[in-house]
Design a protein around this ligand. Structure first.
Ligand code: UGA
Length: 449
């Protein structure tokens, strides 16, 4: 079956935009992808991913080779497109919990300057995570600026590390449509055409209004964050009682109303999404006069931050109360494995705090070293786990990269000065490590269980 080719623009080539642009070109569409960062555009145009993402390079190269994907810094290049995706970042605003929407404003300005709606309305699909109310405000601004645009809010649920699969085979798609039924139909039809392979494979598609679509995204991330903080609060209870949180999670996870996923206790969640999304959500609820509805998220956030305090305290406690001058090997710095992202990374935060307490921190990470050197040039980073472990007084596994999980405890013991390990992700086998002579501590689990 030949797909009707849709001319698409993707505004913003960060994680979301770059992957989306390449996947849409791979679907057969003609895609122009825009970003103001010339270096990024240059690299993407050469088929070099600016971030670590399994499978992305293949799709990118294939899409470029097909001639259907172009990257540019020139906003006028989006003029030809029939459908524009907004995929810019919405980071946390400095000194506040709220989202910084300046990149969305820039995208709107680009659209007003260059998008065309000559014979029929142009479709603008928003994918960025935004405060509820943003879709309507974009629609209003485009209309006031004289562009006949149908705005559809189409949130994205991709996870780093699975970005290509999540984009091409999502669990569900959500279209937030305008109130006017006729215009809504234009938006629905345009997105169905673009997403034909997804729609045809029977993926659930929900047609909702703007605020619902905007809320779905932050509700999903809030629920995931809550699940993690829930199990981390149980980890605190387990530490206080001698229970094992990994077995507890396994047991409650068998109830399919609860489910086994996102119940891994550890040093908590980080990254560019969960932490800032729950904060922006709280800020927006305050503006809407319903802040009480989300006060529980404040607790979710503080349980999460407490994990980091706990990891540092446990480190000090295992080393007899003081960290000054001790060599601590930190394994993993990114916010999760299979990513080079260190935004709001619990591992990096903990490494920095250990350093602040006078420890001689020697860290390693398979993909995050370059990013860390940019934000924490003072931190000592080595290439391999073996180098980091050399002469260590304490080992901390903070990101569960496969290679670290596979470490042989006997070999590791031969490298360190003192065999003490904190398993910040409950990723190791406590029995194997204890039997090899290590003082093993997990998060909410003891070695004996
Ligand atoms: C998250 C959501 O999972 C995606 O669905 C969403 O689309 C994305 O944010 C977004 O808003 O764009 P991501 O930030 O890539 O995706 O990372 P997750 O896999 O959700 O992990 C977030 C953090 O939670 C990581 O630091 C991870 O280590 C931690 N985590 C996860 C736990 O501590 N325990 C768990 O059981 C699961």
């Amino acid at each position: 079956v030949m797909l009707p080719i849709v001319k698409i623009s993707v505004i913003g080539c960060g994680y979301l935009g770059a992957v989306h642009a390449a996947c849409m070109a791979d679907f057969g569409h003609e895609v122009i992808a825009l970003d103001i960062d010339a270096a990024k555009v240059e690299r993407l145009g050469q088929g070099i991913p600016p971030f670590h993402e399994p499978g992305f390079e293949d799709v990118l190269k294939r899409a470029l080779a097909s001639g259907r994907l172009r990257f540019t810094t020139d906003p006028s290049a989006i003029g030809e497109a029939e459908l524009h995706f907004i995929a810019v970042g919405t980071p946390q605003r400095g000194g506040s919990y709220a989202a910084d929407l300046s990149q969305v404003d820039t995208a709107v300005a680009f659209l007003l300057d260059h998008a065309r709606s000559d014979e029929q309305p142009v479709v603008v699909a928003g994918k960025s995570t935004v405060p509820v109310g943003t879709a309507q405000s974009i629609a209003d601004r485009l209309a006031e600026g004289g562009l006949d645009a149908v705005v559809v809010w189409n949130p994205e649920f991709l996870r780093e590390g699975y970005a290509v699969a999540d984009t091409t085979r999502p669990d569900r798609v959500v279209y937030g449509l305008p109130e006017d039924a006729e215009r809504g139909e234009i938006g629905r039809a345009a997105l169905d055409e673009v997403y034909r392979p997804i729609i045809d494979s029977g993926t659930p598609r929900l047609l909702v209004n703007y605020p619902t679509a905007e809320l779905v995204k932050v509700a999903a991330n809030s629920f995931l964050a809550t699940k993690i903080s829930f199990i981390n609060s149980m980890a605190e209870l387990c530490d206080a009682t001698g229970a094992d949180v990994t077995r507890l999670a396994e047991a409650i996870g068998h109830d399919d109303r609860i489910g086994p996923k996102f119940l891994q206790a550890g040093i908590g969640f980080g990254g560019g999404c969960l932490p800032k999304d729950i904060r922006a959500f709280m800020a927006r609820a305050g503006e809407l006069g319903v802040d009480q509805s989300l006060t529980f998220l404040r607790e979710v956030d503080s349980i999460n931050m407490r994990r980091r305090d706990h990891a540092v305290e446990l480190a000090a406690q295992m080393c007899g109360g003081r960290l000054v001058g001790l060599k601590v090997a930190v394994l993993g710095l990114t916010f999760k494995p299979d990513s080079d992202d260190v935004r709001d990374s619990p591992a990096l935060d903990i490494a920095g705090r250990l350093w602040g307490r006078g420890a001689n921190v020697v860290a390693t990470d398979p993909a995050g070293a370059d990013a860390v050197r940019r934000v924490r040039p003072d931190l000592q980073i080595v290439d391999t786990a073996d180098e980091a472990l050399q002469g260590a007084d304490l080992v901390m596994l903070l990101t569960a990269w496969r290679d670290y999980v596979a470490l042989d405890p006997a070999h590791a013991k031969s490298l360190v000065a003192v065999p003490r390990i904190i398993d910040g992700r409950n990723a190791l086998d406590p029995t194997a490590w204890s039997q090899a002579g290590w003082d093993y501590r997990g998060m909410g689990r003891t070695a004996s269980t």
